[in-house]
Design a protein around this ligand. Sequence first.
Ligand code: NAP
Length: 301
Amino acid sequence: MKILLIGGKGQLGTDLRRRFFEAGAEVFSPDHAALDICSEAQIEQAVEGLRPDFVVNTSAFHKVEECEKQPLRSFEVNATGPHALAKACAKYRSTLVHFSTDYVFDGKKRTPYQETDLAQPLNVYGASKLAGENLIAASAEAYFLVRTSGLYGHAGSSGKGGNFIENMLKKAAAGAQITVVDDQVLTPTATADLALAVWRLMETPNYGLYHITCEGSCSWYRFTQDIFALEKVAAELRPAATSDVPSAVQRPAYSALSKDHLRGLGIAMPAWQESLERYLKTRPAAGLRAPAHLEISPVLQ
Ligand SMILES: NC(=O)c1ccc[n+]([C@@H]2O[C@H](COP(=O)([O-])OP(=O)(O)OC[C@H]3O[C@@H](n4cnc5c(N)ncnc54)[C@H](OP(=O)(O)O)[C@@H]3O)[C@@H](O)[C@H]2O)c1
């Protein structure tokens, strides 16, 4: 099996690459400089040249504050780029695997969102990802569209500078007073677990839209409490309301996603607490490649 993986050096891309190699697939993963999702010519050349069975796209512009300031760039990377990819996949008969976000929802529900629930994004990032979903559905012949949430992986998110867990542990090590929002509920999801579920999905012929996150949900504050408890870190941690944290971006207050559709295929996800424990037990002691000067936001999405 031949796979073209876009964004293979990113957080999720790194775990997907490992998973594909372990499964014996032939993986081609040009970096951003060699294949820009915004270049229709580069996409056409890569898909035509390789004729892959799957094109897997993890690239995104997902710093939500930046998306608000750069809507055109957001729609280029998150919508029109994936649209060009979908058209190339249809032309050369590749199956497209693409990732979207829980931020397509407005967060007004208090029970997990189904794939069939109305998506009404609150911010530019969510709107651009939803546009990407719609353009793919309108032009790809065979595709898996995966909405996920709160990703963390050993590679760290290149688009956001590290991941939430490592950033919180760094703050605690620096003796900082840490304030984290307690009224935004989501499902933190380990990229290693997501990569395994995506691979199992790709082995099926059941194309379509899927929600894939770990099981359960928690606030960012509760997540941080568990990180510190498991790492036995004594940090000065305080809960905050979203209204106390100045931000130009609106975020959904609740974004847990139902996995009924995925479970229907016999694919199960672990509880977020179990994934967190596994991540912490296997994290590289030296930490991630986040720039040391990085200003850490209490919410990374
Ligand atoms: N992180 C989360 O919490 C989260 C939550 C929900 C959904 N998602 C979605 O999950 C997916 C993966 O997220 P992630 O955290 O793994 O992201 P990531 O670590 O930032 O990785 C993104 C990868 O895409 C590459 N890339 C960025 N812009 C590109 C472009 N224009 N052309 C080609 N490559 C480009 C990046 O390369 P460079 O670094 O060299 O630019 C990087 O390798 C994204 O679609 C995201 O929207 C993420």
